[in-house]
Design a protein around this ligand. Structure first.
Ligand code: NAP
Length: 239
């Protein structure tokens, strides 16, 4: 089957592209690096011709998200409709509908809505944070030997499980919107402290206020979510 991956060169996109090819699918890689700026697309309908599904795993800097996500959704949605694509799969985040006080989640919810309004056969996978998220947060929020981390509960999940499910949604092996999470609730601040202890990094961890919705558990999955291991600690032990 021909599958287009928007954001094919990213963390999720590159794993998804590799998995799809291993399983015999033809993949069209859509990213600026491969010649497609999805904010100003040229030749996108031609690229999508004959594709059964398009999967959007694009991302952008936090301060551009409000414009970026809905704009890319509308551009991909319009081209997918013209090209006759059957399914449009969107990677979103658990809790985007419960965090009106957090701009990035507002932008991701707008992305979902723009897809539903403009694209054919939309299915949304809302996943929790990647297992790598605590390390990413530490990297993004460390300055002058101090790491400032929001103290929020999270239930991180393996990117390999996200990618597996995205491909199954693209092929139609799994149908309908899905929530996906890891097996265990963690405190993001505790995760960062444990990372510091494990790596011996010379940094002090300070907790800072989070948007109230996130501090109150908006990032945690609902009762109907699929739960897939490994738990964060088990995964970290193997790193
Ligand atoms: N981090 C988490 O814990 C988490 C949890 C759940 C869901 N998510 C969601 O997962 C998604 C993927 O995240 P990721 O970490 O895999 O992202 P990433 O590694 O930053 O990759 C982003 C991709 O988007 C492409 N891109 C950016 N701007 C583009 C443009 N104008 N036109 C075309 N392509 C563009 C990039 O390629 P070029 O730079 O070459 O254009 C790259 O392939 C995000 O939407 C995020 O919200 C993240």
């Amino acid at each position: 089957m021909k599958i287009a991956v928007a954001g094919a060169t990213g963390r999720i996109g590159s794993q998804l592209t590799a998995l799809a090819r291993r399983e015999g699918h033809e993949v069209v890689e859509l990213a600026r690096e491969t010649g497609f700026d999805l904010l100003a697309p040229a030749g996108l309908e031609e690229a999508l011709a004959g594709a059964e599904a398009v999967v959007d795993v694009t991302a952008c800097p936090l301060d551009q998200a409000g414009d970026f996500f809905p704009a890319v959704a509308r551009n991909v949605g319009a081209a997918a409709t013209t090209a006759g694509v059957r399914r449009s799969v969107v990677l979103s985040i658990v809790g985007v509908d419960r965090a009106p006080d957090y701009d990035y989640y507002v932008a991701k919810l707008a992305q979902e809505q723009a897809y539903r309004e403009s694209a054919p056969g939309v299915v949304v996978l809302r996943a929790t944070q990647f297992l790598e998220f605590a390390a990413q947060m530490m990297e993004w929020n460390t300055q002058d030997g101090v790491t400032q981390i929001i103290d929020v509960p999270t239930q991180p999940v393996a990117t390999s499980e996200i990618v597996r499910l995205l491909l199954d949604l693209a092929t139609g092996a799994v149908e309908g919107d899905v929530e996906l999470a890891g097996p265990k609730v963690e405190s993001l601040a505790d995760q960062v402290r444990r990372l510091v202890a494990k790596t011996g990094a010379d940094v002090r961890v300070e907790t800072v206020d989070a948007p109230p919705s996130l501090a109150g558990g908006a990032m945690l999955p609902g009762p109907g979510a699929l739960l897939r291991g490994p738990a964060w600690e088990e995964w970290l032990a193997g790193q």
